[in-house]
Design a protein around this ligand. Structure first.
Ligand code: SF4
Ligand code: SF4
Length: 173
């Protein structure tokens, strides 16, 4: 998991004032790659425990590592990459020029209770610092600059979120 959250100040008039586009293609790139951290709060560990029908202590023991008094999800090495412990490969098919091709897709097995860090990607302090950091920090994410348009207000709501919103700021429902 290469993507990490960094803190930084944003300008009074941020470069993304006119909004940005993003639609996840479910490629799974952000859940693997080089070693990194997926931070998870104790509140989120409780939600994950409920989802997995485990106790919070069991979730910590089986799926987390402690780093400087914080918890991060465990990684496992898969073909040279550091996969999030909850990344799964599932068989799927797609049709190309009339031919059905069997392939795999990578999915988050705890999607309904994934941590805030995963929910707020790609609208992080570290990626929004400048246009250059947006380009560099999101180059492995094919969903960036495509699909749904997020307004400045929606981006800021996501960037500054401290817990899951009741409704995603990007939701059209
Ligand atoms: S890298 Fe981007 S497009 Fe791929 S799963 Fe992550 S958020 Fe979605
Ligand atoms: S919790 Fe899910 S979305 Fe977050 S890094 Fe792990 S597999 Fe990816």
């Amino acid at each position: 998991m290469k993507l990490d959250v960094l803190s930084s100040e944003n300008d009074q008039d941020p470069w993304y004032r006119k909004g940005l586009s993003f639609s996840c293609t479910q490629c799974g790139n952000c859940c693997t790659g080089g070693p990194g951290y997926v931070w998870i709060s104790t509140l989120e560990i409780g939600r994950l425990a409920e989802f997995l029908h485990l106790t919070p202590a069991q979730v910590i023991e089986q799926y987390c590592r402690k780093i400087n008094n914080r918890f991060s999800l465990t990684e496992r090495i898969n073909r040279g990459n550091y996969d999030c412990i909850f990344l799964r490969e599932e068989p799927t098919t797609r049709v190309v020029e009339g031919q059905t091709i069997r392939t795999t897709k990578r999915v988050c097995s705890i999607y309904p209770v994934r941590p805030l860090q995963c929910r707020t990607w790609p609208f992080w302090d570290s990626t929004l610092t400048s246009e250059q950091s947006w380009k560099q920090g999101t180059q492995r994410c094919p969903g960036v600059n495509h699909g749904k348009k997020y307004t400045f207000k929606q981006i800021e709501t996501i960037r500054t979120a401290t817990d899951w919103p009741k409704q995603s700021p990007g939701s059209t429902k």
